[in-house]
Write a protein of this length. Structure first.
Lengths: 687, 314
């Protein structure tokens, strides 16, 4: 940015801060700027509901037909998986793992499947598996078709790309109700919800893969005189195969994360329902044991498909029939043997109940012990976090500081002192030429004093739009403004601010902590090896399960929600930080070492700046994960958009839930676009 | 389902179709299983008695909202325990359109409202009257709601009734959604153990009341029926509309399963019975099926006549 433009941005920031302070000074008489007047809110909920009524009335029979048609194969798969002896399922899955990856994964798979048997959740696990087995191929097929359409037609892409964005960022709970109204009830409806949620990664990876095919390969195909169809199947698709396989892997993960939500719709009697029911009764041990099943299934499938995506291409397979078909032969022999054996030895078919191990009570006792033993520590941690971090951001120091909380009242002297200190900080940075830092200090001082939920709405809009303009230009700023206008006009601005407050703190903490852990892991292989399984578990364990221990220890409320969000959103921060720091060219490090940089200098001056694009990507993903957790955090009593989604669902009020869902998607997309634009800006500087 | 199929089959088959529709259906009767123990008991007792009358029964797990869609279109058949004040818009709409038949009350006498442990009356003299809450909200405050009092409400997806009442009568309390039944119970228990302040929206019958003592906040007498959404104010607050717990069925249940319908009409489950069974299951950790079977064995005098009434209608 040129000097003049930069100066103009600085003046814009100063003007915004000045105006905000002016409005806040006269806030009693400027009510309309503090709280968006209700009379300006449009009756969007009613519009959404009216629209939905028409859609249901017109297309209901069509969708019911689809759901009846899908129920048939779904029933077959469920019956098949239930009929198969557990020993057979275990053996076949182990064989498949061995075939794609080797002994290590085969061993892990066998243990994972055996866990499901020992714990006594076999039937439920197989019902969950049926859901995934059904939904993944359908999502892959659908995604492949749509992705191909987006590749060939720019016009289609203009519709498809934003639709995929919306499908991925709107919380599933928001479209659960329309799905129910259209498709009816039962496991098939859960299947459809899973497909909708699992399709976007497949679409994205297919389009991306086809676009990235080397032009030389295509030219060679042309020269050889391939027909368009041959071109597609023989040239483009094989070249894009790796990316497409990555899409299948991600689609599978998405399908697993839908297991619990599908069981909310009902009729599944699967592991998701177990998790839901045990959670409802706050049975910690029971829900953890059931949640581990989902985590294990997801890990096994992830390793298998990820391995297949990275494996060398199939065309260098040996030609002789035995090596080519040996696994199929083994599988058939295995099936026959086990089927016969399980006739003779019934425990091979159905695992005897008396052999089951169910250590739920032990886990519960352990949690109770922690609760009783550490109750004082727990209370003080919570109080400190609330009084000194969360409440100031939410309602401002103005509301928070009182003899009850901080031990003293906020006297006029203290207020003046705070203002002087903030001003001094800003001026100090300003005089040293760091205008950005000066603006940041002034902005933070205002935010902490008044609180996010008590700032005038035009100021917040101004800040976000100015930021968008600075990193991404006028188009981004306009889009951001339109998104926020929707929040205002739909009347969900206060809820949106509550969501932003909770998610914002969670993201800042996750990113700081996660990056620190990532730095440690990048320097120390032991730390890295310890963190990896923890990250895997946090990412694949259904987030619902994480809520229970947190609620029991920290009680209902924002703090518990914050911890739950952090435990889920911290993972990408750790992963991207470690990945970025480990992949710096060794020559650069050597050069820095040669010039005598200390360890800290190395970190701050060399490694972190070089890893900046990866760190930004980590931040972006942390924000997305944090927003995705908001709805689930609403289960422990938060008051933001997430809760409105539930209210809409329970009242059968499509509009309320959908508007809240779109609101969350808007926040996610604004955050996504701004961080991506910023990431693009810092990238050339870092390379 | 069957009816629609008959229409498709055309006129030639009309006779046989009519016969099938009138005779007892052989398909299993589908009963939804919700997420709370009380409902499990009602559902399983109903189901077991259907089995005694010679029907097959299938229990289907279902969320509290989706189940009404299924009950309306016949994918589920009966739901013996519907708390009429916790349902959203879908249920009344289905009743109004005639897809769901309400057979009357199950026999449970529910009570809902705000409960608090007795020691709160020392911290806030004037309780149980709700008027007392205006002045001692701070005794109910917690770190995250200060200076307002902390009121635990039902989970957000059970509706917003406490929030509505708080907003109308304008008491300085911050409603905090309870998240789940288990979380609410955990809160109550730990508060009682440590003597922390506590006020919570709750319901009975519930096994909790067999274990610990709680008092109910009292309200102004209602003028006619108490309306929650509007018209309440300080000095004229009736609190909560008391629920009725209904037995409902899909509209074609009577036609397809006449004997089961006659039996279903007879079933009565009251507070004492449900409380006793809930205590066995939730507190003593016993298996639901085992507890139900035990009750069935011991109480043939109670349910015998119900099944007879059903068989008479066959």
């Amino acid at each position: 940015m040129s000097g003049i433009a930069a100066r103009r941005v600085h003046w814009a920031w100063f003007a915004l801060i000045g105006l905000t302070l002016a409005v806040l000074a006269a806030r009693d008489s400027l009510g309309a700027l503090m709280v968006f007047p209700e009379t300006w809110v449009l009756p969007m909920t009613a519009w959404f509901n009216a629209g939905m009524d028409v859609v249901v009335a017109q297309t209901g029979p069509f969708f019911r037909g689809i759901s009846r048609a899908l129920a048939v194969p779904m029933g077959w798969i469920r019956d098949l998986l239930q009929w198969m002896p557990w020993t057979l399922t275990l053996s076949l899955l182990t064989l498949a793992s061995y075939a794609v990856s080797g002994w290590k994964l085969a061993f892990f798979t066998a243990l994972a499947v055996f866990y499901m048997v020992v714990i006594g959740y076999w039937a439920e696990s197989m019902n969950s598996l049926a859901l995934v087995v059904m939904s993944v191929p359908m999502a892959v097929l659908l995604g492949f078709l749509v992705g191909t359409a987006a590749y060939y037609s720019a016009r289609a892409d203009r519709v498809i790309a934003p639709t995929m964005d919306v499908l991925q960022t709107i919380p599933v709970f928001a479209y659960l109700l329309p799905i129910l109204l259209l498709f009816g009830f039962g496991p098939v409806v859960g299947l459809i919800a899973s497909i909708l949620y699992a399709v976007p990664p497949m679409v994205r990876n297919t389009t991306l893969g086809l676009r990235r095919v080397n032009p030389e390969v295509i030219e060679a195909g042309m020269m050889a005189g391939a027909t368009p169809l041959q071109m597609f199947w023989r040239v483009r698709v094989p070249s894009a195969l790796r990316q497409i396989l990555l899409g299948i892997n991600q689609t599978m993960m998405a399908a697993f994360s839908m297991i619990i939500i599908a069981s909310i719709i009902g009729g599944t009697a699967d592991i998701g329902w177990e998790v839901l029911s045990t959670m409802r009764k706050a049975e910690f041990g029971e829900s953890i044991l059931a949640g581990i099943v989902i985590a294990l299934m997801a890990m096994v499938m992830d390793r298998m498909t990820a391995r297949a995506a990275n494996a060398s291409r199939a065309d260098d397979a040996p030609d002789d029939p035995w090596s080519r078909y040996r696994y199929w032969v083994i599988a058939v022999v295995m099936t026959v043997t086990i089927l016969v054996a399980s006739r003779l030895l019934p425990f091979l078919h159905t695992y005897p109940e008396t052999w089951e191990v169910y250590p739920a009570q032990m886990l519960n006792d352990w949690l109770t012990y922690v609760l009783v033993e550490f109750s004082d520590t727990i209370k003080s941690i919570k109080t400190v976090a609330l009084f000194y971090i969360m409440l100031p951001v939410k309602m401002g120091l103005e509301q928070t500081v009182s003899p009850f909380s901080w031990g003293f009242a906020l006297t006029p002297t203290l207020k003046t002192g705070y203002a002087v200190l903030a001003l001094a900080g800003a001026v100090w940075f300003g005089l040293r030429g760091r205008v950005g830092a000066a603006v940041l200090v002034a902005g933070l001082a205002i935010l902490l004093y008044f609180g996010l939920t008590r700032l005038p709405w035009p100021s917040i809009m101004g800040v976000v739009m100015l930021l968008a303009w600075q990193v991404g230009g006028s188009r981004l700023a306009l889009g951001t403004g339109a998104g926020m206008a929707f929040l205002l006009l739909a009347g969900v601005w206060p809820e949106a601010m509550l969501s932003v407050y909770l998610c914002g703190i969670a993201v800042v903490l996750s990113f700081t902590l996660g990056t620190m852990l990532g730095i440690l892991a990048s320097e120390n292989d032991t730390v890295s090896a310890i963190l990896r399984p923890i990250n895997d578990t946090l990412q694949t364990m259904p987030p619902f399960v994480l809520l229970i221990p947190f609620v029991m220890i920290f009680k209902l409320g924002d703090f518990t929600a914050l911890l739950a969000i952090i435990s889920y959103a911290i993972v990408p921060s750790i992963r991207y930080a470690e990945h970025g720091l480990r992949n710096i060219a060794p020559e650069v490090i050597e050069a820095a070492e040669a010039s005598g940089a200390t360890r800290l200098q190395m970190l701050w001056r060399v490694r972190l700046p070089l890893a900046a694009p990866q760190l930004m990507l980590g931040l972006n993903q942390t924000i997305m994960y944090g927003i995705a957790m908001l709805v689930i955090a609403a289960l422990v009593g938060t008051n933001g958009l997430g809760q409105r989604v539930y209210i809409g669902l329970s009242n059968g009020d499509f509009g309320t839930g959908m508007i809240a869902g779109i609101g969350m998607a808007i926040i996610a997309m604004i955050a996504d676009r701004i961080t991506q634009a910023y990431s693009r800006k810092v990238q050339p500087a870092a390379r | 389902m069957k009816k629609r199929f008959c229409i498709a089959a055309g006129t030639a088959l009309t006779m046989s179709c009519a016969l099938v529709a009138n005779a007892d259906s052989n398909d299993p009767i589908k009963i939804p299983i919700n997420e709370w123990t009380g409902q499990h008991i009602s559902a399983h007792i109903t189901g077991t008695l259907f089995q005694k009358a010679g029907y097959e029964v299938e229990y289907v797990t279902a969320g509290a909202v989706p189940q009404f869609i299924a009950l309306a279109n016949g994918e589920l058949h009966v739901q013996p325990e519907v708390w009429t004040n916790n349902v959203g818009e879908i249920y009344p709409k289905a009743v109004e359109s005639g897809d769901i038949l309400v057979l009357g009350q199950l026999g449970l006498q529910p009570q809902e409202g705000w409960i608090y442990p007795p020691y709160m009356e020392e911290m806030c003299p004037g309780l149980p009257a709700y008027e007392a809450l205006y002045d001692c909200a701070q005794s109910f405050a917690a770190a995250d709601t200060f200076p307002k009092g902390r009121l635990i409400t039902y989970p957000a997806d059970w509706g917003t009734r406490s929030r509505d009442v708080v907003a109308q009568i304008d008491i300085p309390f911050e409603p905090v959604a309870g998240g789940s039944e288990g979380a609410m119970i955990a809160e109550l228990k730990s508060a009682v153990a440590t003597g922390d302040p506590m006020i919570m929206m709750f319901w009975q019958p519930h096994w909790l009341f067999a274990e610990q003592e709680f008092n109910w906040v009292s309200w102004d007498p209602a003028d006619g029926e108490c309306v929650e959404e509007e018209g309440q104010s300080r000095g004229n607050a009736c609190g909560f509309q008391q629920a009725s717990i209904d037995k409902i069925a899909n509209i074609s249940f009577k036609e397809n399963y006449p004997a089961a319908f006659a039996l279903y009409e007879q079933i009565v489950i009251d507070n004492d019975m449900q409380n006793a069974l809930m205590l066995e299951i939730d507190q003593k950790g016993r298996d639901l099926e085992e507890v139900i079977a035990e009750w069935i064995d011991a109480n043939e005098a109670t349910w015998g006549p119900w099944v007879e009434a059903g068989m008479a209608a066959k």
